[in-house]
Ligand binder design. Sequence first.
Ligand code: AVJ
Length: 322
Amino acid sequence: MIAIDVHLDADAAATMARDVRLGLSAYPKELAPKYFYDERGSQLFEQITELDEYYPTRAEREILAHRSAEILGAAGRPGTLVELGSGSAAKTRHLLDAMRDQGVLETYVPVDISEEITQRTAAQLVDEYPGLAVRGLVCDFERDLERIPAQDGSRLLAFLGGTIGNLYPRPRQEFLERIAALLGPADHLLLGTDLIKETSRLEDAYDDAAGVTAEFNKNVLAVLNNELGADFDLDAFEHVARYDAEAERMDIRLRSLADQEVRLDGLDLEVTFAAGEEMRTEISTKFTRERLESVYAGAGLELCGWFTDANGDYALSLARPA
Ligand code: AVJ
């Protein structure tokens, strides 16, 4: 009942070295948000999801808890759920429950970068859902999207959590085009996106009073220290989280508190930071329904369902090949 296919990048370390060298040599400097998530970073993100100020996780859970049956109806009652970035599949159970209750549940395809979590989640789910087949895929889904297996019957491909917001417009469009190419005529995409709202609420969500997000942001420097033999002083940088209304996204940076030089032994690279210099570590794009409609249209998709929490803070949208 469980089959898990592993396609990890043998050269993940080389890929990271290349990315970081490019990012630190560019002006302005920039690091990719995927490097936040070592063990400590993943723990800190878990803590973020429980903060009062960080509403997206709760809002998404609320939508799934209340409207999964409706979502599945709108998606044509698929027998297969594919989930990108499945992790522990905590929120996914609402969708699986609804599929079971509607008598259509056959296959769950978790796609995640962590083999350990995917194995553990698969074992739990076959236990919780008798008869469920789990066909897992361990890979970097941005790179390996096309490895997702074809399946008899219709599929729902879920990409939750608002992670699409991390992508710049061009790579976002390319990613959605690849998803569109993967979907058959009866398949659907279920996408989680945070919505535009008052600037103060957005900025508070990314700069919480307890400082957890600041610690999460600075942790990327600890990752470079550990993985690339760097000597970043985490106390020599401060967390910056601003809403860029023009680009409709949170812009998250680390600002150097002094003129300083950092050495990365693993890259044989020295970089200087001027006092006040900012290095971007993440963008988190916010959407409206209209914006998402046009983003979908640009990728050969068509919005066909819109589900928000009661407060209208966050949306799960359903799309199908146009
Ligand atoms: C996991 C990318 C959805 O953009 O809200 C949270 C990451 N960064 N706080 C987001 C994040 C700072 C989060 N995503």
